[in-house]
Design a binder for this molecule. Structure first.
Ligand code: NAP
Length: 219
């Protein structure tokens, strides 16, 4: 079986890529863009025709869509670029998945909620309070509009093996602590946020199990 995985060079995508690579009955077509590595396929997901052509030639059994602009400040500074990636690309992938008759699993976020009254259930009403959350919710909608049988997985803040300390909100804290230690500068952090950090390896396992279950259901 074959998985088409977007965002395979990212914090979460790297773990999902490894998880499927360890399974002898799976092959992985992992997509990267700027961080190209051996084994990954370089593709700009914004180029719709190139995406359609690659999917038509790979003919995957499932698409897992991880790629996104996920830094809220970058979304705020260029909302159109974030819209194109988080909504436009999701819509296009979902439409192609439909034509190929393959399921799509979309990685979403707890930012679709407003932060009150967590933990959330699937049935809780999303009420995003920033542009990142709003765009990820629009991405979800486009995935389900294309096919109600597609899967949405909303995940919290992630930690795991990083390529730089800035990559995860958890390891980012260390940068501030190091600054304090080295220069006695104050490092300001919020004292009101309650987050639920999750391991990328745990999420990769969940994705694997969901995909296997889905494949069994559709075959
Ligand atoms: N990180 C978190 O704490 C967190 C929490 C909740 C939900 N999420 C969600 O989890 C998913 C994965 O997040 P992440 O933290 O792994 O993200 P990430 O580390 O920022 O990785 C983003 C990925 O998207 C790819 N990408 C960006 N623009 C692209 C383009 N034009 N064409 C092709 N690929 C492109 C990047 O490829 P290159 O780097 O190769 O360019 C990279 O592989 C996202 O959907 C995010 O919303 C993340």
């Amino acid at each position: 079986m074959k998985i088409f995985l977007t965002g395979a060079s990212g914090l979460l995508g790297r773990s999902i890529y490894e998880r499927f690579l360890n399974e002898s009955d799976w092959t992985v077509c992992g997509i990267s863009f700027k961080r190209t590595k051996p084994g990954l396929t370089k593709l700009n997901l914004l180029e719709k025709d190139a995406v359609t052509n690659l999917l038509n030639s790979v003919r995957p059994d499932v698409i897992v869509h991880c790629a996104a602009e996920r830094f809220p400040d970058k979304v705020e500074s260029d909302p159109q670029a974030a819209y194109d990636l988080n909504v436009g690309v999701s819509t296009h992938l979902a439409n192609v998945a439909n034509k190929l008759n393959v399921p799509l699993l979309y990685i979403s976020t707890d930012y679709v909620f407003n932060g009150d009254n967590s933990p959330y259930k699937e049935t809780d009403e999303p009420t995003p309070i920033n542009e990142y959350g709003r765009l990820k919710l629009l991405g979800e909608k486009s995935i389900l509009d294309a096919n109600l049988e597609n899967i949405i997985l909303r995940i919290p803040v992630l930690y795991g093996p990083v390529e730089s300390l800035e990559e995860s909100a958890i390891t980012y804290l260390l940068i501030g602590l190091q600054k304090c230690q080295n220069s006695n500068e104050l490092f300001k952090v919020s004292n009101y946020e309650l987050r639920n950090p999750s391991s990328v390896n745990d999420i990769a396992n969940i994705v694997f199990k969901l995909v296997e279950k889905k494949i069994k259901l559709v075959s």
